[in-house]
Write a protein that binds this ligand. Structure first.
Ligand code: AMP
Length: 428
């Protein structure tokens, strides 16, 4: 039998090089989370299917077409999470976070799953990080969420960032706008793509999101939601823009930005790089306010705002623009070479002593030839090599060889760690 197993379509193995970039992104998130006092949450990868149907929205592409859903052996309807917000909200309600001081600030970083058409930069298993702030209606929260994502991207080296922003109003404003939009679209439906023809009745706002050129053209003359905002939503949006002005965050009002998910109320935003390249790449981060979601999932009415960003997309750009980020802990500082049986055995303990002392030691204990080991040391570009030969092992000594000069000293085995630390100028 000739079995050739492969990763499922749209999913792939992640190797160290990818993780080095992912870790860089995660570090920037974690750094920002500490500054703005968000705490980490990791919700289960499987959630009750209903939280996405009710939350993300039954008529969205994610729920209609892209979910990996299953019925468990116990009969539960479960779904591999396609996005982070509904799970965080479920956790907020389940763990009684309504009773905690507001806002409750949570952030996450992990894998998500969407059964999308395979295409460049879009995967069926991908990673997102997200920040969610629950419990406060004030637009100062929206401004903080936008600032956090802006800062993370800036810390990662992105330049010319631009926030595209809009308000989709509350459920009442949205209902009024839907009517106006449906009226406009009905008379033009022959010009829309097949999907959008179907969307007119079920979810006309999604048509504003359609990437088909003919739909984009029709969109250009459509009524704008900002003209249908009630006073409260209008003031919220106005205040938010004033906060962004105050912070000096560059934004562009985009009257047709709605984003693909049903739960957004008032603010929606995306962050792009404002260059030709950046527009091609698409949004680096996106989010908005979701004041109705907690109630929709069974909690007390709770205003909230959050956003998410795709890690693969950001990491791919970093990979093109910067040298591979290797954390200091991964850089080998010293190499331990050994010759002979006694030396090999003594090396085992010596290696552990160095590791415990926080010195990163390279080794090739499976090799016997000194020259083969020195070749590896050379490749690792270490400053010092410790050579433990037969004689040194018997005398409880070790040779320290400085690679640059070729100078060698013999030191007591017991003093080797301290001596190397001194030479590497590490605190003992
Ligand atoms: P969304 O949750 O659809 O608003 O997407 C937020 C970000 O997640 C996007 O800007 C993408 O970078 C990323 N993203 C969404 N879907 C995928 C996917 N299938 N593959 C890779 N990245 C994705």
């Amino acid at each position: 039998m000739n079995l050739k197993f492969q990763t499922p379509t749209g999913m792939h193995d992640l190797f160290q090089e990818e993780w080095d970039y992912f870790d860089k992104v995660k570090k920037a998130c974690s750094h920002m989370a500490d500054s703005y006092e968000f705490t980490r949450i990791e919700t289960p990868i499987l959630e009750d299917t209903a939280i996405f149907e009710k939350g993300t929205g039954a008529n969205t592409d994610i729920v209609e077409k892209e979910m990996y859903s299953l019925t468990s052996k116990g009969g539960d309807r479960l779904t591999l999470r396609p996005e982070g917000t509904p799970g965080v909200v479920r956790s907020y309600i389940q763990n009684g976070m309504q009773n905690q001081p507001k806002p409750v600030k949570l952030w996450y970083f992990g894998p998500f799953f969407r059964h999308e058409r395979p295409q460049a930069g879009r995967f069926r298993q991908f990673h997102q990080f997200g920040f969610e702030s629950l419990g406060v209606a004030d637009p100062i929260i929206d401004a903080e969420i936008i600032q956090i994502f802006y800062n993370i991207l800036k810390e990662l080296g992105f330049k010319n960032l631009l926030v595209e922003i809009n308000s989709t109003g509350d459920s009442q404003c949205k209902a009024n706008y839907r009517k106006a939009l449906m009226g406009y679209l009905r008379s033009r439906q022959t010009g829309l793509c097949t999907d959008c023809k179907r969307r007119i009745k079920k979810n006309p706002l999604r048509i504003l999101d359609c990437k088909e050129e003919k739909c984009q053209r029709i969109k250009k003359g459509a009524p704008q939601i900002v003209d249908h905002l009630c006073k409260e939503c209008h003031d919220h949006f106005k205040n938010l823009l004033e906060f962004l002005d105050e912070k000096g965050l560059p934004y562009n009002l985009n009257p047709y930005l709605v984003r693909g998910l049903d739960y957004y109320t008032k603010t929606v935003f995306e962050i792009y790089e404002d260059t030709e390249d950046g527009k091609q790449i698409g949004a680096l981060a996106g989010g908005g306010r979701y004041d109705d979601l907690v109630k929709m999932l069974g909690g007390k009415p709770t205003p909230a705002c959050g956003a998410a960003a795709g890690v693969e997309r950001i990491a791919a750009i970093l990979k093109q623009r910067m040298k591979r980020p290797i954390s200091k802990e991964k850089i080998t500082e010293v190499f331990l070479a050994q010759v002979g049986e006694i030396a090999k055995k003594k090396s085992l303990k010596l290696f552990e002593e160095f590791r415990e002392a926080g010195v990163k030691v390279g080794e090739a204990l499976h090799k016997d030839s000194l020259s083969a080991q020195l070749k590896i040391a050379d490749r690792l570009d270490v400053k010092f090599v410790l050579i433990l030969g037969q004689k040194e092992a018997i005398d409880e000594q070790v040779i320290i060889r400085e690679m640059k000069t070729g100078n060698q000293d013999v030191v007591d085995l017991k003093k080797a760690v301290n001596e190397i630390k001194k030479r590497l100028k590490k605190s003992i």
